[in-house]
Design a protein around this ligand. Sequence first.
Ligand SMILES: *[C@@H]1O[C@H](CO)[C@@H](O)[C@H](O)[C@H]1NC(C)=O
Ligand SMILES: *[C@@H]1O[C@H](CO)[C@@H](O)[C@H](O)[C@H]1NC(C)=O
Ligand SMILES: *[C@@H]1O[C@H](CO)[C@@H](O)[C@H](O)[C@H]1NC(C)=O
Length: 406
Amino acid sequence: MEFSAAAIAVTAALFISFASTAVYSAENFTAASNLRRKLSTAGLCAIVIEPSGFPCTEHTTRTKDGYVLGLQRVSSPSVTVQECGSPVLLIHGLFMGGDAWFLDSPNQSLGFILANHGYDVWVGNVRGTHWSHGHVSLSEDDKEFWDWSWQELALNDLGEMIHYIYSVTYSKVLVVGHSQGTIMSLAAFTQPDIAKMVEAAALLCPISYLGHITAPFVLRLVKLRLDEVIMALGIHELNFKSNWGTRIIDMMCDGHLDCSDMLASITGENCCFNSSRIDSYLEYEPHPSSSKNLHHLFQMIRQGTFTMYDYGKWKNLMYYRQVKPPEFDVSSIPSSLPIWMGYGGNDALADVADVQHTIKELASKPDLLYLENYGHIDFLLSTRAKEDVYDSMLAFFSSLGKSSSF
Ligand SMILES: *[C@@H]1O[C@H](CO)[C@@H](O)[C@H](O)[C@H]1NC(C)=O
Ligand SMILES: *[C@@H]1O[C@H](CO)[C@@H](O)[C@H](O)[C@H]1NC(C)=O
Ligand SMILES: *[C@@H]1O[C@H](CO)[C@@H](O)[C@H](O)[C@H]1NC(C)=O
């Protein structure tokens, strides 16, 4: 889907008005060189995981609304599948894909680390991302293809991925989510038929409420109602690797430094982000998402609620038989489902006040890891994430093993 000229102008104006320090410079622009590269049609296993020496197989499964999702199953070079521990499903954040868990070296990236610890690692990829495989009848050029928000990602995509892994492995699944992956997880766990297939969950930057978000760039876009502008312009797909998308990122990122600043104003100050790796990250990121999803997220920011998509009064009556969209009731997540959470003092998206709100509503008491100097991206890409975060998550998982039947 192409952006109309008007939309480019509007969006560019919004970005420029905020990012006044980002001066467009064609000669010196390097950050997006990888952004323009067309991704190969080979799968995540062949491109990202196997080159590091890890055995990997591609799987596909189909959601009840017809999306064909790609899943990858990864194990350690030195552990055979039979010896593997429990299945762990990794579920990525907004504008990311399953590659998010493998972006740094095998010693630093959670996907590789879990495989090396003997876990049966499954990599999730939601609809619309590069590693998923479209729809049984719709094309990506159809507006109906993009008619979904995180609500469908939670109830259909995540529900289906968990069910698929459960039926292949005959085992309950450990779920690890980051950011939007935690919104999806918390919403999905309120559904008893999904929760019963989940052994435990580790949530990085857990989000169910977004009312206290502090990211200046995001708040600016919320105030300017960018979500509504985009939808009014008839834009259904948000793809920063399209022509208009690369043009916008060109304008935002004048070389590596400004691009990191931009990242900080979206995610919060990241203590341990390696900005010399931006170009390599942009080889895969950002993945596409839908305008409706952005609108749903902005509704959460404006209203401070954790509910289904708000269509407006009349349409809500049609879809939900009530004027307000139904809430996802965090307190209904079974208290028997163990939860670990890692959150950061510098996270401008999963704000501490919102995380505490979520914790208060949970029926169980989650295990918590609080890192004062961590921002939103650090939980995925910090150069010290292994020591700071993943070791604690691994300890949580192995403490479960002692009391269960693995
Ligand atoms: C490009 O970068 C170099 C060194 O960083 C600088 O000297 C030069 O003025 C820059 N050129 C433009 C057009 O910004
Ligand atoms: C990865 O970690 C292991 C053990 O800690 C170490 O022996 C190895 O040199 C590390 N490899 C790299 C590439 O850093
Ligand atoms: C940062 O990234 C560069 C380029 O990939 C790499 O050479 C360097 O080792 C990284 N630094 C750390 C602390 O991981």
